[in-house]
Write a protein that binds this ligand. Structure first.
Ligand SMILES: Cc1ncc(COP(=O)(O)O)c(C=O)c1O
Length: 447
């Protein structure tokens, strides 16, 4: 059964995620923060990927955003999935994805998760240590193994090499031999250059190392080396592109794996998730700080989502989020800061920002909020997490509505994007009347 949150609204005419958010916010009933998820952005990104890197099959990294609608949309488009845990495998298989379309890409797996993968028929999994090989030998000796090597980008938003990946020169050869001695089958090599990598040449280096290990693995008895997994690290924001990195990857694949029938997959997370989600958060309070000797006057805005919620990405994913007033205004930006709703002083979304004057009851929008936000968020202090309102353009709906596992029942046609999103319905927030008179009245009373 498709529950309400899994439905996608079909929209006609001209719209953007911001105009949809405005429509939802304008009815005065919505109080909690919410996301607008643009399914079209995911579809466009899938097609762009296939066009720019036709040899590389994307296996979406579910950890990035496990929103069932996103996963279902990607399944309909035909991607595979990178799962890191039993729960992620459960999610992906629950929508009907076959286990062959899943790689268990966590080099340090829990025993019960390996057993679950074995039961579900998820045979392909990564490793980077001898301990993991021993565990797999005991729990799933028929697994098809992929050795994860370390090759770090010169800089990355979230480096991963510090935790995962064996050294391709000093460690990998021995591990490949140990696997062979244990009678385990290694079928490929994987790497992850770091999430939000800002160097593209790193893919060339990593593919070069992988080539050498394909040869070495074959020489120690792994005769069915057939999978290269180039991991994630691809940019996902609205104004980013994978054009440059695609040129590097295509050329490296041609040089080192040209003419071979090695299957090449990648594990993009951010690339598919980031730009599709726009967050709207409500300003529910503010404090004016007067000018001090060395600082200008400054306004603190309090919004109903913070670093314990969606903006955990500021702390954990090192994202630099950008706020904009949801309703357009021509007023001059002024120095301010934006804070989350909890009682913690750490709950600061933007320590320094510049925004036109806002009142309680105004909304802020944040684009590119789909990656490493929702799955990490907690309702700390009792503040509800944002719900997702998914939308799709009518033209795209016509071509997507019967692409399994999407079905007609996933879509809602012809109704407006209004109404509260979080049960129990909170009393409508009527912004306090912010007339000039109110200010004058308070000023007078103080005199
Ligand atoms: C094993 C693995 N694959 C893929 C990803 C997704 O990376 P990205 O979002 O940079 O594409 C991650 C992110 O941490 C990961 O750990």
């Amino acid at each position: 059964m498709i529950v309400e949150e899994e439905r996608i609204r079909v929209l006609e005419g001209d719209w953007t995620p911001l105009s949809v958010a405005r429509e939802i916010a304008a009815d005065g009933v919505q109080e909690d923060p919410f996301y607008v998820m643009d399914v079209g952005e995911v579809v466009a990104r899938y097609h762009q990927w296939r066009e720019l890197m036709p040899r590389v099959e994307p296996f979406y990294a579910v950890k990035c955003n496990d929103d069932k609608l996103l996963v279902t949309t990607l399944a309909a488009l035909g991607t595979g999935f990178d799962c890191a845990s039993k729960a992620e495998i459960e999610l992906v298989t629950s929508i009907g994805v076959r286990p062959e379309r899943i790689i268990f890409a966590n080099p340090a797996k829990m025993a019960s998760h390996i057993k679950y993968a074995a039961r579900m028929g998820v045979d392909v999994m990564t490793f980077d240590s001898e301990t993991e090989l021993m565990k797999i030998k005991q729990l799933m000796p028929h697994a098809q193994l992929v050795i994860r090597i370390r090759c770090d980008a010169a800089s990355a938003q979230c480096p991963l090499g510090i935790k995962f990946g064996c050294d391709p020169v000093t460690e990998a050869p021995r591990l490949l031999k140990v696997a062979a001695v244990l009678g385990l089958e290694v079928i490929g090599v994987s790497f992850h250059v770091g999430s939000g990598a800002s160097e593209t040449a790193v893919y060339l280096r990593a593919i070069q190392y992988s080539r050498a290990l394909f040869t070495l693995a074959a020489s120690v008895g792994h005769s069915r080396m057939s999978l290269l997994d180039i991991g994630g690290g691809f940019p996902g924001g609205l104004h980013t592109s994978i054009q440059e990195v695609a040129v590097v990857i295509n050329s490296a694949l041609e040089t080192y794996f040209g003419g071979s029938n090695v299957r090449v997959i990648a594990e993009p997370g951010r690339y598919f998730a980031a730009a599709a989600y726009t967050l709207a958060a409500l300003v529910h309070a503010k404090r004016e700080l007067p000018a001090k000797e060395e600082s200008e006057p400054h306004t603190m805005y309090f919004i109903n989502d913070g670093v314990y919620g969606s903006f955990n990405c500021v702390l954990y994913d090192h994202q630099q989020v950008v706020a904009q007033p949801l309703m357009p205004t021509s007023e001059k930006p002024q120095p301010c800061s934006v804070w989350g709703p909890t009682c913690d002083g750490l709950d600061c979304v933007l320590p320094t920002a510049s925004l036109p004057p806002l009142r309680a009851g105004n909304w802020l929008a944040f684009r590119d909020m789909g990656a490493y936000t929702l799955p990490v968020a907690s309702p700390f202090n009792g503040f509800p997490l944002p719900r997702v309102r998914a939308v799709i353009d009518r033209q795209l709906w016509l071509s997507l509505k019967n692409m399994w596992p999407l079905t007609e029942s996933h879509f809602v046609v012809g109704s407006r994007m209004t109404g509260p999103q979080s049960p129990p319905a909170s009393p409508p927030l009527t912004p306090p009347p912010q007339t000039e008179h109110a200010g004058v009245f308070v000023e007078c009373a103080l005199k």
